[in-house]
Write a protein that binds this ligand. Structure first.
Ligand SMILES: Cc1ncc(COP(=O)(O)O)c(C=O)c1O
Length: 408
């Protein structure tokens, strides 16, 4: 197991805020020094546009950019580096698939299969595509506790002409891991293509896209120790080849003329029109290297241990309601009885504790857990049990009166 104390020292945000307890890692993660140094190195040593310059610093930047593609390929165990497309983030990746693939191939009467657990970024693009193509949206019913129901899912596949499945890998509110391998196998048996939103999974779990047989996988760099403004769209090469890009422009075309003939570049370059976020893509490689240095298995086990410890200690707090007492990951959602979640968060903030509250962009989940707003604590590998102990002390003393005092 890695040395958490040593790891914490790699993060300037932790060094600069020694008393801050940051439990909002589901929203975004801190960045280790190697990522910050990588950004600085690019801007001080090889700042140039990529794939366009016939000079050394551009060659260097281009090679580093492509090295990240190779690193992501290895991280996900994709077959080829061409299966990795860089976007502006998870949301951008999902929209690229929606407009470039789903809109092109779905027809009236087809179904897009989703679930009511999904984050806005993994449902709103499909709403638009459903309206444009006259396909319908079908929600796979989840179990009472919000866990995925494979039997109900298969029934949906059997009873509808499902051509596209869009589901999350890990719920950003409940922390449950969806059975992605079975989801993909069943979808393929019924002739559907599967797009997995990996925003809360790729930063926290070892992932093998070949073993899971996903067709598309999307995620953001900023939630996995990398810089903001970069996302990844993984797609099987044959699907990316038949898909259209979301944007047209420089860098993505091989030729065009005044008669409006356009020949696009090959996958993945046809998807990367315009100057990309070069520095951040390059630094994503350092983030991946950092996570691999810790070990994704170890990281996942440690985060689960933190969440289990937190849940155990929450049992001592009779002022708390927990919505996912059997989380699979480092995400725990709860409320303080009789206290609005945002008021509780404001009180926690007065004690230097950062958590996320509200509906967490999963606005349909209210029908499943029966409440629209929760407090979400989301742990990452640099959090500690000592931080949890401090949080528990604060939770125990939280009352409506104390919250009001801080809010007013
Ligand atoms: C499950 C899930 N999907 C999608 C997103 C959107 O990610 P981004 O804002 O990085 O595009 C998030 C962000 O919190 C998420 O948790």
């Amino acid at each position: 197991m890695f040395d958490v104390k040593k790891v914490r020292n790699d993060f300037a945000m932790i060094r600069n805020h020694p008393d801050l307890i940051y439990f909002d890692n589901g929203a975004t993660s801190f960045k280790p020094d190697c990522v910050l140094e990588s950004l600085m190195h690019y801007y001080t040593h090889c700042n140039s546009n990529i794939h366009r310059g016939d000079y050394d610093i551009s060659f260097e930047a281009s090679n580093m950019y492509e090295a990240t593609r190779e690193a992501v390929k290895n991280f996900l165990n994709a077959r080829k580096a061409e299966e990795i497309v860089f976007t502006a983030g998870d949301t951008a990746s999902l929209n690229t698939i929606a407009y470039g693939y789903a809109e092109k191939y779905l027809k009236e009467g087809d179904a897009i299969l989703s679930s009511e657990v999904e984050h806005a970024s993994d449902i709103l693009p499909w709403y638009v595509i459903a309206e444009k193509t006259k396909a319908k949206i079908v929600f796979a019913p989840v179990k009472e506790d919000g866990r995925f129901d494979l039997q109900a899912y298969e029934e949906c596949l059997r009873n509808n002409r499902v051509r596209f499945v869009a589901l999350t890998y890990v719920s950003n509110v409940l922390g449950y891991i969806y059975p992605v391998k079975e989801i993909c196998a069943l979808a393929h048996r019924y002739g559907a293509v599967v797009c997995i939103d990996g925003a809360q999974a790729v930063p926290h779990l070892p992932i093998d896209v070949q073993d899971l047989d996903m067709d598309f996988l999307t995620f953001s760099s900023h939630k996995m120790c990398g810089p903001e403004g970069v996302g990844v769209l993984y797609g099987k090469k044959e699907l990316l080849d038949k898909m259209d890009p979301l944007f047209q422009g420089g860098g993505a075309n091989a030729r065009f003329d005044a008669k409006q003939n356009v020949i696009l570049k090959e996958t993945p370059y046809k998807f990367e029109a315009g100057t990309p976020n070069v520095s951040s893509v390059i630094a994503l490689k350092d983030a991946i290297g950092y996570l691999q240095g810790i070990g994704m298995e170890e990281l996942a086990a440690y985060e689960y241990e933190l969440a289990s410890y937190f849940l155990k200690r929450l049992e001592e707090c009779d002022n708390v309601i927990v919505y996912n007492p059997h989380t699979d990951t480092g995400i725990v959602s709860f409320n303080i009885k009789g206290v609005f979640s945002q008021d509780a968060a404001t009180y926690f903030n007065s004690k230097n504790i950062a958590v996320r509250t509200g509906n967490h962009c999963a606005k349909m989940l209210v029908d499943i857990i029966g409440v629209g707003d929760t407090i979400r604590a989301s742990f990452y590998f640099y959090n500690t049990k000592e931080e949890i102990d401090r949080f528990i002390d604060v939770i125990k003393e939280t009352t409506l009166e104390k919250c009001i005092e801080v809010v007013l």
